[in-house]
Design a protein around this ligand. Sequence first.
Ligand SMILES: C[S@@+](CC[C@H](N)C(=O)[O-])C[C@H]1O[C@@H](n2cnc3c(N)ncnc32)[C@H](O)[C@@H]1O
Length: 306
Amino acid sequence: MPDPVRRIIEERGEEAGFTALKRTATILSESYREGCSAALARLPAAERTAAYLVTRMPATYAAAFRVLGEVRERLGDTSIASILDIGAGTGAASLAARHWFPGAALTMLERDSAFAEAARAFLPDARILSADVTKLDAIPSHDLIIAAYSLGELTKSVAHRLWQSARVLVVIEPGTPAGFTFIHKIRDGLLAEGAHMLAPCPAETLCPLADPDWCHFAARVERSSLHRRVKDAQLNYEDEKYSYIALAREPVTLPGARVIRHPQHHPGLIVIETCTAAGLRTQRITKRTKEDFRAARHCSWGDTWK
Ligand SMILES: C[S@@+](CC[C@H](N)C(=O)[O-])C[C@H]1O[C@@H](n2cnc3c(N)ncnc32)[C@H](O)[C@@H]1O
């Protein structure tokens, strides 16, 4: 995350006080684990916001950063002039979007005024709409509409409404079976409506991943020392798991394959599990194919492959 953003997060965390921050962060994490955010709304706004900033925003930013980087690469140009971030929270996805599409006009829609106020500090030039997306008569048209970790709190029908107003729609959800099921339903519904795949799938065919497996990826997140203390964590990083879908009105060139697990490294052999247009494939790359082996050494879970 940009340094000024990190600094503001640290300040907000310190201001809230360690005891309150820790208590609120625990409630926050239990609420999200149980898929129910109602308890959060009853917490004091300053503590709720500080806990989100310190313990969740770095992770949701990391996931959005990776996803939007992929979207930018697939689109191949910078024709995105307007971006709408639905359920923008404290602005994580908008900040990531600002990195990849620096010239685009940003609008954040958020119903929690304390979160929206925090987002304003990071993106002072963005437009902020304080509204409940389900109560809008019409969703204003934008080149790119993002819903990061917010639609799971809403319904699938909201995704269909968002699609009507977007050239490109990106939905990110937690990388859990429930998060993926939600993404999967949006994928099937919108492809049937004529949307084109942008990422992560290498094809518009039926998803080959079946229960108990689910499609998800991981983004590495650096933990600040305050974050570590609040979570009683030893490691200075965590891996944020996410599932996502990016769809576009116009077809784009899709990659041959997507890496769907951490590649396994053995002496002289790298095994890569991929999703391809022909289904799931295990690719065994040996030193004999020099160039492929070199590429495979730098290949990570979530990357494209041939
Ligand atoms: C888990 S947070 C995610 C925030 C941000 N997108 C991120 O990635 O960090 C979900 C956000 O969606 C907002 N939200 C949920 N339902 C909403 C609705 N109906 N209208 C507007 N915002 C909503 C919540 O207030 C909350 O800020």
